[in-house]
Design a protein around this ligand. Sequence first.
Ligand code: RB5
Length: 146
Amino acid sequence: MKIAIASDHGGVNIRKELKSLLNELGLEYEDFGCRCGESVDYPDYAVPVAEKVARGEFDRGILVCGTGIGMSIAANKVKGVRCALVHDMFSARATREHNDSNILAMGERIIGPGLAREIARVWLTTEYQGGRHESRLNKIKKYEGN
Ligand code: RB5
């Protein structure tokens, strides 16, 4: 599994923590910034990562900002992306099992690095259940024009 990861200035510490998790799990990843300590705009990071996942260049994406909200709003504008904003362990599992989410968004002003690491671990290792969830996802795909 190949992961695209990015954050704005508000998510730098969690992004660093998650890169250490990805190394621990032996997962291939590419870091798309941000590279600076100054204020940047989250859509400039969310949209390129979302497009790479939608095109199949990466299997999954992880986006971090202050709240995770901006990143998730921007990523979900890209057709084929199912970005889940997650700050608890139950949702981390449920959004993989039920929604087959392909991007995870989190907010560094909401949770600390320890919880973010465990959420990402569960999200990365939980399989989509399919079954009754498939027709629901198909309705979203139909709306998107697929
Ligand atoms: C940046 O100040 C902040 O707005 C951003 O990190 C994020 O929380 C947006 O949703």
